[in-house]
Ligand binder design. Structure first.
Ligand code: ZN
Length: 179
């Protein structure tokens, strides 16, 4: 199995899809948020829930993808196209005008640290950060091999007896065991 195929199995990329934005699928983002919560101190978790108006991390884990439907300008905030052949990030090239997941995660973390930020602004910033940490850990949200982060490739997976071909936009329909 090639590196790209492995990456596709780990999580196809739909961040450029006009209709879908669920690279991990909803469950994947919720699992990332659950793991984050389990690794936070009780005090930090309590503070995060207070910022979120009582909601849990997993309850808001997909908010940024839902928000993107009516705020298309936020689409590029969910990924960064680092050429697959590069060994390190070049922000000027890979994140033009700071419109990428790396820059926006940094931005929203700075909002959370700002003592003068309004509660609603902090709540929105935390929802973006919770989601973007999930996006940052999706291989195809972070690389590009001249294929729009994997969107131009098709995923082949084997069912019981025959291979089934899925375009990357269908990755969220893959069985959880495949992800
Ligand atoms: Zn996303």
């Amino acid at each position: 199995m090639s590196k790209t195929q492995v990456a596709l199995f780990l999580g196809g990329d739909t961040h450029r899809s006009p209709t879908l934005g669920f690279g991990w699928g909803r469950e994947g983002h919720e699992v990332v948020a659950l793991i984050a919560g389990q690794n936070m101190s009780p005090a930090a978790l309590k503070r995060a829930r207070a910022i979120l108006g009582g909601a849990s991390l997993e309850q808001v884990a997909n908010w940024a993808d839902e928000y993107q439907h009516d705020h298309r300008e936020t689409g590029p905030w969910h990924y960064i196209d680092i050429p697959l052949s590069d060994s390190k990030i070049d922000m000027a090239h890979d994140c033009p005008n700071r419109q990428c997941v790396t820059a926006h995660t940094e931005h929203f973390l700075s909002v959370l640290k700002d003592p003068n930020a309004a509660p609603a602004t902090k709540a929105e910033a935390l929802k973006f950060v919770i989601h973007f940490v999930g996006d940052l850990h999706q291989p195809l949200h972070d690389e590009d091999d001249g294929d729009k982060g994997g969107n131009d490739r098709h995923l082949a997976r084997c069912s019981a007896w025959r291979p089934t071909f899925y375009p990357p936009s269908k990755d969220s329909e893959a069985p959880p065991a495949m992800l």
